[in-house]
Design a binder for this molecule. Structure first.
Ligand code: 13P
Length: 277
């Protein structure tokens, strides 16, 4: 069942659990995520990053996401991850995305507010929900080709003002995670104190980017203490490749089967870590 972000994230906030937001990069990964969610009777935030537009164009991703979401009973939020500009987000909403992220976290506070408000006005007029980011989640060791990679911690004051000024439906915060692989594969130290302060000051559900490699204990605690949505990408790819290397499949279909099974297992694992209901 295709739904927007509100009912899924409000329920997660009330129930103090997290909902996984796996990024899909093709039909196979999207199908695995939706099937696994349906089998487990749990919601999923099926996410497509704007960055993939060249390899997997928005129109195809929207068609795939909508078709899969409408075929199941479990709630599926079709989410546009890391949207970079209004025009792309407008197109994605018109194509059926029910939730979008405006990522202007590298802009000034004022510019981030302006861009986010523009998206909120359009999205809300179409029944879609909006996530934005304040502070900045940087990039890990394997993503050095992305020019900047410095995280900027979210401050309580900025988070509060940003949420009030924009009327955003959910807010991504930076408390010590990075996108991709952590330096030396070390488990990060997260700032739980900051998370608690932001959660107390901001009524909107909070989002954690860079879930991969963050450690089960860290993620479980985040979900109990205010994070309602956790974005994960790298761990699905690593899980699939590890399984392929271990099983050495002899054919293309067998290789895809290996990847699908491994991705489903990663998602089942995170449902249990996040306590998703
Ligand atoms: P990871 O690849 O670190 O899981 O990050 C995913 C993400 O935050 C997508 O928005």
């Amino acid at each position: 069942m295709l739904v927007n972000g509100k009912q899924v994230l409000d329920a997660a906030k009330a129930g103090r659990y997290g909902v996984p937001a796996p990024d899909y990069l093709d039909l196979d990964s999207a199908r695995v995520f939706v099937r696994t969610a349906e089998e487990m009777g749990k919601p999923v935030i099926l996410s497509y990053p704007q960055l993939l537009d060249t390899a997997f164009p928005l129109e195809e991703a929207a068609a795939v996401g909508k078709l899969l979401a409408e075929r199941v009973k479990t709630p599926v939020v079709l989410h546009l991850d890391h949207g970079e500009d209004f025009e792309f987000l407008r197109r994605s909403i018109d194509l059926g995305f029910t939730s979008v992220m405006m990522d202007a976290s590298m802009d000034t506070f004022e510019e981030n507010v302006r861009k986010t408000k523009e998206v909120v006005a359009y999205a809300h007029s179409k029944g879609a929900t909006v996530e934005a980011e304040i502070g900045h989640v940087g990039h890990g060791e394997n993503l050095t080709e992305i020019q900047e990679n410095e995280s900027v911690y979210t401050t309580v004051e900025e988070a509060k003002r940003f949420a009030e000024l924009t009327g955003v439906d959910s807010l991504a915060v930076s408390i010590g995670t990075v996108h991709g692989v952590y330096k030396d594969l070390a488990t990060p130290q997260l700032n739980f104190q900051r998370l608690a302060e932001i959660a107390a000051a901001v009524p909107a559900p909070l989002v954690l980017h860079g879930g991969s490699g963050t450690g089960d204990d860290n993620l479980a605690r985040c979900c109990r203490e205010g994070i309602c949505k956790v974005n994960i990408f790298t761990d699905f790819l690593t899980g699939a490749m590890d399984r392929i290397h271990a099983n050495s499949p002899k054919s293309w279909p067998a290789m895809k089967e290996c990847a699908d099974a491994a991705m489903a297992e990663v998602l089942r694992h995170y449902y249990s870590v996040f306590g998703t209901k």
